[in-house]
Structures are given as structure tokens and as C-alpha cells.
Design a protein around this ligand. Structure first.
Ligand SMILES: *Cc1c(COP(=O)(O)O)cnc(C)c1O
Length: 455
């Protein structure tokens, strides 16, 4: 017990000083991965006391940490951690529950069931849907698409679960041209190969007329993957129209909503997400917009039996019960992911979740308005959610601004490419971002643009 307390006390001290440093420290790391590896040193011949190990780890890593939890990190699509979720995450490690089986860890199973129902309610998704707690949206896409594959083949009279893919009918997969690559990777794992890309419009949304043409020009078991939240424009596919078309052709419709599914909690986006709840499966992250610590993805499937049929493991030694968490994820042993998600939802309440999502989008609009005032800066997307794409003249100048911004260190925004142009991309995903963080970050952007010289 003494070693545990000593280690936890040291961890608490390091965690507190890290969190206290966030407001003022530069956002980027001060050293690279090679330097951190050097600082971590060699494997020692013998043991080291627990608290000393915690100190060594914290000291070696500190200069290589990026202030991702600060309110001025806008890279990739990365949320922070709400205080209640962070506290619950610490407890999750201390409790050390293996959450695959209901009989083994009643608390772990119950918290996922309760949080899962709350999520369905908030997101307006069918109440009988199953919710699997996975590592992230990539695995949520995998879990949902595996269930989709098995189901469309079963409907075509082919049992891929026993017979395997070889010799079965081909499965057509149609996706928007601007889907996230985490849709393609699971299709590869699932033996389905490259999907067919349906053209997108200028806002990155799948074109319903093009989808109709492609659905009509083929047949057989079909999966359509749509998107809530384009990583560049933040925009939403036209769900009502596309889902109706896909269902007319007997297709399974999956929605990748890693961060954008959360728009469904607010009336502000009612029209943008109209029809979303008619899909067959949805992938999202709790570790992005909801601000739960990693790793926390959610695989939601309307047909709970279909998900269980694709995911459940059976073994004599497993004390299986219907509704085991392992029936909803591709894993058996795993961390109790529901604790932190429950804590995030419990701390925010219904109105707090809506406020959080609306606040992120309000900051994104403030970024767009502020950026338009910077000489030579163009806002390339209609800012409909939490994402903003900027260009500063030609590609060379935009890249120079991105580099100057990183060197400045006040904020972190990702360089990317969209519609054949270099861009600086802002994703507002952190609960702790304030109006002042937006102002400080816009000041940094203005300095970086000025340093890149005239257009
Ligand atoms: C982040 C993201 C993913 C992948 O999610 P992970 O949690 O990183 O696996 C998938 N789709 C979209 C739209 C994303 O933004």
C-alpha cells in the first residue's frame, strides 16, 4: 500500500503542475522524440522504487509534451479532458476492472449501459441501439462496418462468418470522396478492398445525385458510408436524401461522425443533421467533442442482435451472459471506458453538453471573423460547425505562415491540403478554450501572417 500511495502522490503532483503550466507554456514541445528517448535512458539491471519511477518518467517526458489540453490547441481534431472525466479516468486505472463480462465487473457493465442510453437520448438515435465502447472512431468504424458486411451478406443468403469472404458475393461499398481515411482502413481489415468514391460538392458533402447514379448502376450487397463532420469544412452529408436512396437499394448505411455527430444534440443543427437517425450504424468519439480522455470511441448499431452476432466471443471459460460488453466490441479484456464518459455526461448535464458543442462552434465562427480581418487571409469554408480552413495567398506563403505560427508557440493549428490548396486548419474541440484564447491565437496568427511578408 505504501508504494501505491507514494506513486499516486507523485503522479498527482506532476499532473497538477502540468495542468497549471498550460496557460503560459508554449503549445508545441520543446524537444523531439529522439531527445525524449535519450532522456529515458537504458533498461536498468535491477528494480527502482515506484515513486522514483514516476518522477523519472515525468522529468524525461515533460519537455516532449505538447500542451494539447490547453485552450489554444486547435490541431487535428483533438479535445481535452473535462475535470470530472479526468478524475474518473484516474479511478478507472485504480479500480482496474476488466470490463468484457457482466458477471465479472457489474459496475463496468452498468456504467456503459447507463452512459450508452444517455448518449442515444442526447444524440437522438434509436433507443434500442447497442453502444460499444471502443478505442476511437477508427475502431468504431471497424466495428460498425464489420456488422454491416456480415448483415448485407447474410441478407444475400451468404454466411460470411462461417464460410469466409472467398467465394461469396462481392460487397459494394460507396463512400463520399471526402470521407476520413479511417473508413478505408477498416474496409481493408474486412477484406472489402478500396471503396467506390462518390463525388463531393464544394463543401465536401457527398452529392446525393451522384450517389443515386452509382446505386442504380450496380447491385448486390451494398454498404454506404456517410459523414457527419468533414475534417476540413466541418460539414454534414445530406442524410435524409442519401439514407432514403440507400435504403431503397437495400444498402446498410453507416455514418462516421467522429466529432460531427455531436451536432445532433443542439437545435442549431437540426436541419443539417436531418435524417441522421435513420442510418443503421454510427461511429463517434467521446475523446473529441465530448472531451473525455483517450481512448474513447463509440460504435452504435441500431440492430443490437446484428452487432452481437458479429462481435461476441464464446468460450467454455467465459461466464457469458446476454448483454456482456464484449458482445459490442472487437475486444475481450479491456479498460472500463464507460466510467469517464459517464462522468463527462453527469458533470455537464443535458444543457451542458449542448452549451459545450455550441460554444466550440461559436469560437470557430469568431476565428473566421477575426481571420477575415488579417490582410491576405482567406477563409475557404463556410463555417458551419467547429472547423475553419484558412489560406494566406499561394501555397508557399500559407506554409510559411503555418511554420511561423508553430515557431511562435502561442497556439497550434495544423497545416493541411484541401481542394488542392495548402491551408492552415483550425479545429475548435477543447472544452477549456475561452474567448481570450481565441483572441491570443488570432494575435499570433496576425503576427505569423505579417512575418510571411507581402502577398
Ligand atoms: C478523428 C476522426 C476519425 C478517427 O478517429 P480516431 O478516434 O482517431 O480513431 C474518423 N473520422 C473523422 C471524421 C475524424 O475526425
Amino acid at each position: 500500500m505504501e508504494a501505491r500511495s507514494a506513486a499516486l502522490n507523485r503522479a498527482r503532483d506532476h499532473a497538477t503542475s502540468w495542468l497549471e503550466s498550460l496557460d503560459e507554456r508554449p503549445v508545441p514541445a520543446r524537444v523531439d522524440a529522439e531527445e525524449v528517448a535519450r532522456r529515458l535512458g537504458e533498461l536498468p539491471e535491477g528494480p527502482t522504487p515506484a515513486e522514483e519511477v514516476v518522477d523519472l518518467l515525468a522529468e524525461a517526458c515533460e519537455p516532449g509534451l505538447v500542451a494539447i489540453p490547453s485552450g489554444r490547441f486547435f490541431g487535428m481534431v483533438i479535445g481535452g479532458s473535462l475535470p470530472a472525466a479526468l478524475g474518473a479516468d484516474w479511478l478507472t486505472s485504480a479500480w482496474d476492472q476488466n470490463v468484457g463480462l457482466r458477471s465479472l465487473t457489474p459496475a463496468g457493465a452498468a456504467v456503459e449501459e447507463v452512459a450508452g442510453q444517455w448518449l442515444l437520448d442526447l444524440l437522438g438515435l434509436p433507443s434500442g441501439s447497442a453502444v460499444g465502447f471502443v478505442t476511437g472512431a477508427t475502431m468504431a468504424n471497424f466495428t460498425c462496418l464489420a456488422t454491416a458486411r456480415d448483415t448485407v451478406l447474410r441478407r444475400a443468403g451468404y454466411d460470411v462468418q462461417t464460410a469466409g469472404l472467398a467465394g461469396g458475393p462481392a460487397v459494394r461499398v460507396l463512400v463520399g470522396a471526402e470521407r476520413h481515411p479511417s473508413v478505408d482502413l477498416p474496409l481493408r481489415f474486412l477484406g472489402l478492398g478500396d471503396p467506390h468514391a462518390v463525388p463531393a460538392d464544394e463543401r465536401g458533402r457527398i452529392r446525393a445525385d451522384a450517389l443515386r447514379g452509382m446505386l442504380e448502376s450496380g447491385n448486390g450487397p451494398t454498404i454506404v458510408a456517410l459523414q457527419a463532420g468533414n475534417i476540413h469544412s466541418g460539414d454534414f452529408d445530406p442524410f435524409a436524401e442519401c439514407i432514403a436512396l440507400a435504403h431503397q437499394h437495400g444498402a446498410w448505411v453507416h455514418v462516421d461522425g467522429a466529432f460531427g455527430l455531436w451536432a445532433a444534440v443542439s437545435p442549431r443543427w437540426r436541419e443539417a443533421v436531418r435524417g441522421l437517425a435513420d442510418a443503421d450504424s454510427w461511429a463517434t468519439d467521446a475523446h473529441k467533442t465530448l472531451n473525455v480522455p483517450y481512448d474513447s470511441g463509440l460504435a452504435i448499431v441500431r440492430d443490437a442482435d446484428a452487432l452481437a452476432s458479429s462481435m461476441a466471443m464464446h468460450g467454455d471459460y467465459l461466464i457469458e451472459a446476454s448483454g456482456d460488453p464484449q458482445e459490442r466490441t472487437p475486444e475481450l479484456s479491456r479498460r472500463g471506458r464507460g466510467f469517464a464518459t459517464w462522468a463527462a455526461l453527469r458533470s455537464l448535464g443535458r444543457s451542458g453538453v449542448v452549451d459545450l458543442v455550441e460554444r466550440l462552434a461559436r469560437h470557430a465562427r469568431a476565428f473566421a471573423a477575426g481571420a477575415r480581418e488579417i490582410p491576405g487571409c482567406e477563409v475557404l469554408n463556410e463555417v458551419v460547425f467547429t472547423q475553419v480552413c484558412l489560406a494566406f495567398g499561394d501555397d508557399g506563403r500559407t506554409r510559411a505562415v503555418a511554420a511561423a505560427l508553430l515557431a511562435d508557440g502561442t497556439t497550434w493549428m495544423s497545416g493541411s491540403r484541401w481542394h488542392d490548396r495548402a491551408i492552415v486548419r483550425i479545429s475548435v474541440s477543447n472544452w477549456s478554450t475561452t474567448d481570450d484564447d481565441v483572441r491570443r491565437s488570432l494575435d499570433a496568427l496576425r503576427r505569423a501572417a505579417a512575418s510571411a511578408g507581402p502577398i
